[in-house]
Design a protein around this ligand. Sequence first.
Ligand code: ATP
Length: 414
Amino acid sequence: MKMGLENERIISNRQLILLRDISSLSAELNMPCYLVGGSVRDILLEQPINDLDIVLEANAIEFGNALVKKIGGRLTTHQKFHTAIWHLPESLAEHIQPSFLDLITARSETYKTPGALPTVTPSTMEADLRRRDFTINAMAIRLDGDHFGELLDPLNGQSDLKYGLIRILHPRSFIDDPTRIFRAIRYEGRYSFHLESSTSESINSTSLDIFRMLSGERIRHELDLIFEEEQALSMIQRLQELDTFKYIHQKLPDFNPAYSDFLEMDMGLDIPASRAALGYILWLMDLNEDAILSISRRLEFTSELTHSVWAASQLKKSLPFLTNSKPSLWALALEKLPLLSVYVVYLDSGEGSLLNYISFWRHVKPHTTGNDLKAHGLPPGPRYGEILTQLRAAWLDGEITNEKEEKELLNTLL
Ligand code: ATP
């Protein structure tokens, strides 16, 4: 079947021109060339494509060098995997997102042990499709010369796409690579598809047990991708329903449904944070310290993320002692905590002082600076910090309301 790729809603004009350039160069060099994976799936679903993955039944690095010679840009190569990343020249990069293309030599993969990274051998396009995760991701559109637009679908991905089915390519798929379980749930939730029945049955204690062989980094990466999805909550709940959590970590709790609305971050508050960080804090903040630290280690959280989860759990516990405190005391207690942690505890508790801190109090500063204190002849030392903190506290608590009052207070303090 030949696909028409001329639909601007799906492939932008510039993307199409680029594909045509790739088409003529690969024909000229006699290198069969294909668009593969997610972009083919999304073209068939008539959804805009995000990335362009190109597979060659030839040496992808050689082809990349030819592209650089003809069109420009720059190449990063991975000799071991026979792959390259072509960074588009600036004139194109301005208009095409992302500004690079993956160039892959068609390959087959074998797994020496379950959960290990595969051994890669150059191969045909069809074998390359057979190493993939699901039928809907195992289609290719040929690009070179007159073949432009030909759909290659040896595993009936098109039919599964039509019926909304996520289907693995062979019964050992999840055993070879259990990260595919997370991927399956991600596609199921994103497109409102269903797991085909034998695929669903393959998510069982045998395949889940292999999570133990996976590095924390690989598992966390998959969870990060899930949190970045619009339907993150239902995907996490689905993982829960499939009883996967205890295989990730014995103490990983259910996601508290009371927090479900909070996954949608209010960006209006200008808090720098990823949706994943927000997700992990909500998921884990009600655990005790030992469990938080143990799960953080298993999932190889950055120290920043571990600190954010821990800080939210501590703040939540100390909230009853802070209620009805003066603003200056709130500021003192919250200053050292990540803003996102404060925000999450605000979402959970509705405590107005936390919102006041985020929106106003944290920005309050006295007019007086260290230089002013120096000009007053104050010898260097801890008094500087103390005086500035006292001035700030007086502003926060409404004891002073203008610069003149601040000067008077400063004179008293000095
Ligand atoms: P998304 O829209 O989520 O980015 P994608 O299909 O582009 O989807 P990628 O993670 O970029 O996903 O992977 C590109 C392709 O590589 C997939 O379509 C799939 O064919 C293949 N692939 C990715 N991860 C695996 C895996 N763990 N096992 C087998 N094939 C995989």
